[in-house]
Design a protein around this ligand. Structure first.
Ligand SMILES: CCOCCOc1ccc(-c2cn(C[C@@H]3NC[C@@H](O)[C@H]3O)nn2)cc1
Length: 447
């Protein structure tokens, strides 16, 4: 057996997001988000699922905090529902909404767990979408106003903040590929949304420096790893183009103050143009304290003329796949992290999401999700290897504490270390919960 041991400074956590777990969609003064609209539109979400009830964490948050306490994690990463605290998206703050998060934060702190708040985890108030949403540059100011209100409410208790979760999903997956809310298929819209999300990130950081000078703030891009099918230059270049879409397009502006030229020209060839105003890049590229990285999977790809924007065709080789169909590719985790370290230097990194979809059910009170344990062992080993090579990792946050609403997949895909019965809301700790609990407690595991 080999022991994989982490530094004593390693922070361990678990993550969720508001729309995916809270439910109480029309309770406590909450107004609809774009995900309420999108999920209630037939055909958008598998089985017609929506977040009206989800895991009912709005009412069961104390039980969730006890699950976190027993898990032994240092950090709980959760998101605030913007339309729960500012129902109209801007203007009046809803005291009932703020009070819910105050109860949650108090409970976490009483149980020795550090809150890490994500300000934007995709649930834009529908009222703002009705005014153009993230395509409308005015939404940037609304986001800064929302961020300031949250800093005011919780800044004395919460010192770790994330501005935007997975800007690629919130821009290109949502406005070009049409898979997530608002479900548009418009490349120009997606380029505009991506820029405004990064600008909103910058404005939120600016306000943070004023209001929570003793806190730390970052953002959480997602990326997967694409390995060239062959040594042919065309395969390598195709993979690089597709990876730039998630990595450089969202990291160069923040850490270098520029957008990648190659992708700008590819977008222009498709009649989509960046609209950068004076001062934008300075706002976006101001220093942050950490970068979150969300990693799930990778695959092999090769050049194929005419295959999408980047002419990169995925080759679904016979890797083991999780129950959402994504290859188990832990080598890609190591390669992505060392690539990012090479590109962006000593930026401290939290793994803000990593986990796997396996749909095991409860049998005789037990959920034997051994494949999820195997996935975690492989990926934490890859993470450990990246750390040994010098990648500055601050912590690892498991996606997810609970099975929850997996966006367009609805409740058909389970990522939790705790099983949720969506009829009774009963929680059942899976075998992976106990494995992760032991790993967090020991700060090591054996392979
Ligand atoms: C037409 C092509 O369509 C391909 C589908 O393309 C994607 C890509 C990426 C994802 C995706 C889902 N997740 C997990 C979430 N991260 C945040 C948290 O809320 C988790 O629920 N990460 N990435 C989904 C779909």
């Amino acid at each position: 057996m080999t022991t994989i041991e982490f530094p004593k400074s390693m922070k361990w956590g678990a993550a969720t997001a508001a729309y995916q777990i809270e439910g109480a969609a029309d309770k406590g003064g909450r107004a609809p988000s774009i995900w309420d609209t999108f999920s209630h539109t037939p055909g958008n979400v598998k089985n017609g699922d929506n977040g009206d009830y989800a895991c009912d964490s709005y009412h069961k948050y104390e039980e969730d905090v006890q699950l976190l306490k027993e898990l032994g994690v240092d950090v709980y990463r959760f998101s605030i529902s913007w339309p729960r605290v500012i129902p109209q998206g801007k203007g009046e703050v809803n005291p009932e909404g703020v009070a819910y998060y105050q109860r949650l934060i108090d409970s976490l702190l009483e149980n020795g767990i550090e809150p890490m708040i994500t300000l934007y985890h995709w649930d834009l108030p529908q009222t703002l979408q009705d005014q153009g949403g993230w395509e409308n540059r005015d939404t940037v100011e609304a986001f800064q106003e929302y961020a300031k209100a949250m800093y005011e409410a919780f800044g004395d208790q919460v010192k770790n903040w994330i501005t935007i979760n997975e800007p690629w999903c919130a821009s290109f997956l949502s406005n070009y590929l049409g898979v997530h809310a608002p479900g548009k298929q418009d490349l120009q819209a997606a380029v505009d949304v991506a820029h405004h999300l990064l600008l909103a990130h910058g404005k939120a950081v600016e306000a943070f420096r004023e209001m929570i000078p003793d806190g730390e703030i970052g953002y959480a891009p997602n990326a997967d790893w694409l390995e060239p099918f062959s040594s042919a230059e065309e395969d390598h270049e195709a993979c690089r183009r597709e990876m730039q879409w998630k990595v450089e397009w969202f990291m160069d502006p923040v850490f270098k103050g520029t957008y990648p030229d190659l992708l700008q020209s590819i977008f222009a060839d498709n009649n989509a143009y960046l609209k950068v105003e004076e001062g934008d890049m300075e706002t976006i590229s101001q220093p942050i304290d950490f970068m979150g990285i969300n990693y799930y999977s990778g695959s092999i790809a090769r050049y194929k003329e005419g295959s999408g924007l980047f002419e990169a065709e995925p080759i679904w080789v016979d890797y083991d796949k999780t129950d959402i169909g994504w290859p188990v590719y832990s080598e890609g985790f190591y390669k992505l992290l060392t690539y990012i370290h090479q590109q962006y230097g000593e930026v401290p990194i939290y793994i803000t999401e990593n986990g796997a979809c396996y749909n095991h059910e409860v049998e005789n009170g037990i959920v034997n999700d051994q494949p999820r344990i195997d996935y975690l062992k492989k990926h934490l080993t890859a993470l450990h290897r990246a750390m040994k090579s010098g990648v500055p990792i601050k912590g690892y946050i498991l996606w997810s504490l609970l099975d929850n609403f997996e966006w367009a997949e609805g409740y058909s895909k389970r990522f939790g270390s705790v099983h949720v019965n969506y009829r009774t809301f009963e929680r059942t700790k899976k075998e992976s919960y106990y494995w992760y609990q032991q790993t967090v407690h020991n700060n090591w595991f054996e392979i």
